[in-house]
Unconditional design. Structure first.
Length: 121
């Protein structure tokens, strides 16, 4: 699993978010590579590179721009996208009636990640 964490999203909580996310995933037996996307990096290209290197799940951790960029990269692929809304006012998940619950380890997906909808409620 590759997590693309936008360095501008949730600035005050970013380190805490990263630490808690990795811990929760490891508790579930899920290894993840967290890439903190810096200014000037192309999120769409990073997501596309992850898929081309064999990644099956790409997590968009950021605001609406991050979500849109990852979604664009995964069009016409077999990869699964998960959304971790950590932007100041991320509206994409809200408009779809999703609510983040990543802090609740019992609600995280199994290592198989066969049902990406388990990431959101």
């Amino acid at each position: 699993m590759t997590i693309l964490l936008n360095h501008r999203a949730g600035r005050a909580q970013r380190a805490k978010v990263r630490e808690q996310l990795v811990r929760c995933l490891r508790e579930r037996g899920i290894e993840a590579v967290v890439h903190e996307v810096r200014a000037g990096e192309d999120i769409t290209s990073l997501a596309r590179q992850a898929v081309l290197s064999g990644e099956r799940t790409v997590v968009a951790a950021g605001g609406d721009g991050t979500v849109g960029a990852v979604a664009a990269a995964l069009v016409d692929t077999e990869a699964t996208m998960a959304v971790l809304p950590v932007g100041r006012s991320t509206t994409s998940p809200k408009s779809l009636a999703f609510r983040s619950n990543w802090k609740r380890p019992s609600r995280l997906p199994s290592p198989a990640l066969s049902a990406p909808s388990t990431w959101v409620k």
